[in-house]
Design a protein around this ligand. Structure first.
Ligand code: TMP
Ligand code: ASP
Length: 239
């Protein structure tokens, strides 16, 4: 059956979620709205929704082929995609290959240090608390996930890094860091959810270190739309 948008279930900062005729599936609709700095900075990145939807779907399909289960089901138009309905595990999972952003700030180091091994960190996905950093023991204490789920999430996150890091390097892009979210389907399966896009990853041109991601918006650098178009073009030309 062709699934179509029914009642809106939720509106987030960058996406809306709609019910469909089938309770196991929802439709996500990507907006051009952008926020940064814990929601304090608000703006629009023209065309972002179209780019993030298609880029995320494309990358999720690559990951599926590499054995990482995702929420992706079917792209229905430039902005809208059918995905499996999941309950989101309230953890933001951040993998870093190169120092940048909050890592550089928090530990007082410059950006651009290439790590020998990728790092992983978790934040508690809770806007009221401003997504505080936590470790696995805290996540367990707060019952955000089980021990097995956390182990699986870590394994999947590092696998995503391995696949995407190599993929982007081939496009002349350094995958500096990124944020993942995971969801649980009705039968309890953990799948990669949310999005993989220039909103949620740092991409640096391999030769020039030019930023091709949302940092241009976060830091008022200009050239935001051009950066999204550039990274999208590199990814989709590989199709
Ligand atoms: P950070 O250096 O600000 O912690 O960000 C690490 C990565 O996570 C970076 O690629 C941007 C992404 N990210 C999000 O997708 N959402 C967020 O709310 C934050 C803070 C970071
Ligand atoms: N999306 C997050 C917020 O609003 C932060 C970010 O991506 O920098 O605040």
């Amino acid at each position: 059956m062709e699934l179509t948008k029914q009642a809106q279930m939720y509106e987030g900062k960058a996406k809306k979620v709609f019910a469909t005729e089938d309770e196991n599936y929802v439709i996500v609709s990507y907006k051009d709205d952008a926020t940064a700095n814990d929601g304090l900075k608000k703006g629009t990145i023209s065309g972002k929704g179209v780019i993030n939807n298609q880029m995320s779907n494309f990358l999720m399909q690559i990951l599926e082929k590499e054995g990482v289960p995702t929420h992706f089901v079917k792209e229905i138009n430039e902005r809208d995609t059918v995905v499996k309905k999941v309950s989101i595990v309230p953890l933001e999972v951040i993998i870093r290959n190169i120092s940048a952003g909050h890592f550089a700030q928090r530990y007082g180091v410059e950006e651009g240090i290439v790590f020998d091994e990728p790092t992983i960190e978790f934040s508690y996905k809770n806007d009221d608390l401003h997504d505080p950093l936590l470790n696995e023991y805290h996540a367990l204490a707060l019952k955000l996930a089980t021990k097995d789920e956390i182990a699986l999430i870590k394994q999947m996150a590092f696998k995503v890094n391995e696949v995407l890091k190599a993929y982007f390097l081939n496009l002349g892009v350094k995958l500096v860091d990124f944020k993942l979210e995971f969801g649980k389907t009705a039968d309890g399966t953990i799948v990669l959810a949310d999005e993989i896009s220039p909103d949620t990853c740092r991409f640096w041109d391999a030769k020039t270190n030019e930023k091709l991601d949302k940092d241009r918006f976060r830091r008022d650098m200009g050239g935001v739309e051009d950066a999204y178009t550039e990274i999208f073009g590199r990814v989709m030309n590989e199709k």
